[in-house]
Ligand binder design. Structure first.
Ligand code: SF4
Length: 419
């Protein structure tokens, strides 16, 4: 399955107060983002973009089951944005960070020109790649504080190769990561977690990535792409928070995430946020996609038009829009977490505390809680069940919601070992 095109750190600039504390992004980047957000807030601008998701093409050299892009017909897959179209979109949008997902951007014949042009414009770029071509294409680029190679890895070897439908992909990506680090590039990883992910395996995966020396890891629950061939493995909201609680409930100190810790708490169900999809607008060969990276309710021809003409009040979990009901993806909610960091003293102090002391999920550690056991299958059952009842082993909670039995059992278990 395809990785979520993660988009870079929402991380807050803080000095290293404690021994062993590592700043996961250059301070200049953190300062640029903080200054930008504060300026927007002072101007009273609600609909400001933080990261432009710029898809220069949809074609890819993998065919992941969870991907919503590669199913386009060949005449669409042949199309791509020119460097000039990319620069126009970036200037129009004004976001300080640009994510280059796809498709596989390294296939684009003018990717070097695109990256160089964005660096010249002082944009912090996240070049998202499955890394199959990375080793061969590294010579196209020069290490820069503005350029981060964001490598798609959905787990350790078995899990990742299964997710992308090709053996050996994990090893190739890890070799490319090591070579890129050796040459002085900034490297992060992006991971999408789907139904069936095993928390202990994911934690071992984080240990592995930490040892490789990557700058940070980025996470997202799987996208519910309507075009994706595999529709069974997208996570519902409740199962998302269960899974992320079990993975992140007791994080190890060495783990570095290039994401807002408030967003990670949101994934664990420890805070409630509304979607702000304009924070990460998507531009591709069709135009500016309404309203977000996942849904395609038409296209605008300019960024201004996107902001002006999209009925934003129809989107987000709180609206009751069924297509948003189970969504917790970073492209909708991470900008909200950043806004919380800079818009409210409580959010800022919480971010500071989490960043310095790494106390993500402290409430979970202090008090072992009933943890639903993920049995797999019937992903929608828990999400749709309004009774609040949890099924037993026989899958008979009696909630009568019409789904074919419930799929979660509970047991009280201690938090996973951390530190
Ligand atoms: S909730 Fe998800 S699907 Fe709905 S608008 Fe936000 S990002 Fe898009």
């Amino acid at each position: 399955m395809k990785a979520a095109p993660q988009t870079g750190p929402w991380w807050v600039p803080l000095p290293p107060f404690s021994e062993g504390f590592v700043v996961p992004v250059p301070l200049s980047q953190a300062a640029t983002i903080a200054t930008y957000v504060l300026k927007q807030r002072l101007k009273g601008n609600k609909y400001y973009p933080l990261v432009l998701m710029l898809e220069p093409l949809f074609r890819c050299n993998l065919e992941c089951a969870g991907c919503g892009k590669i199913q386009y017909p060949d005449h669409v897959l042949k199309r791509r944005l020119t460097p000039e179209q990319c620069f126009k979109a970036v200037e129009e949008c004004g976001a300080p960070m640009v994510s280059l997902p796809g498709g596989e951007p390294l296939i684009h014949p003018e990717i070097r020109q695109i990256v160089e042009g964005l660096i010249a414009r002082k944009k912090y770029i996240y070049l998202c790649t499955n890394a199959l071509l990375l080793n061969r294409k590294l010579d196209l680029f020069k290490p820069s504080k503005y350029l981060t190679l964001s490598v798609h890895l959905d787990g350790l070897s078995d899990e990742h190769d299964f997710a992308v439908n090709r053996d050996g992909t994990f090893d190739t990506a890890v070799e490319a990561i090591q070579e890129a680090l050796r040459r002085g590039f900034r490297v992060t990883t992006n991971t999408t977690l789907f139904e069936g992910a095993e928390p202990e395996r994911v934690r071992a995966f984080f240990d592995f990535l930490t040892k490789t020396g990557v700058e940070g890891m980025m996470l997202s629950p799987g996208y519910s792409y309507s075009h994706a061939p595999d529709q069974e493995h997208f996570l519902g909201r409740r199962r998302t928070t269960e899974l992320f609680t079990r993975i992140l409930g007791n994080p190890k100190r060495a783990w570095q995430f290039n994401q807002s810790p408030l967003f990670l708490e949101f994934l664990m169900g420890l805070r409630e946020y509304e979607c702000t999809p304009w924070g990460m607008p998507t531009c591709n060969i069709f135009g500016w996609q309404k309203p977000c990276y996942l849904l395609q309710d038409g296209y605008a021809s300019t960024f201004k038009e996107l902001i002006k003409e999209t009925d934003w009040e129809n989107y987000g979990h709180h609206t009751g829009n069924p297509r948003c009901a189970n969504c917790m993806v970073h492209s909708g909610y991470e900008a909200t977490a950043v806004n919380d960091t800079f818009g409210a003293l409580g959010g800022f102090l919480r971010t500071v505390k989490l960043t310095i002391f790494g106390e993500l999920g402290e409430g979970y550690r202090q008090r072992p809680v009933p943890v639903p056991v993920l049995n797999g299958g019937h992903a929608d059952c828990n999400a749709n069940c309004s009774s609040g009842k949890i099924a037993d082993d026989t899958h008979t909670c009696g909630c009568g919601n019409g789904a074919s039995g419930c799929c979660a059992t509970t047991k009280t278990e201690p938090a996973p070992a951390g530190k």
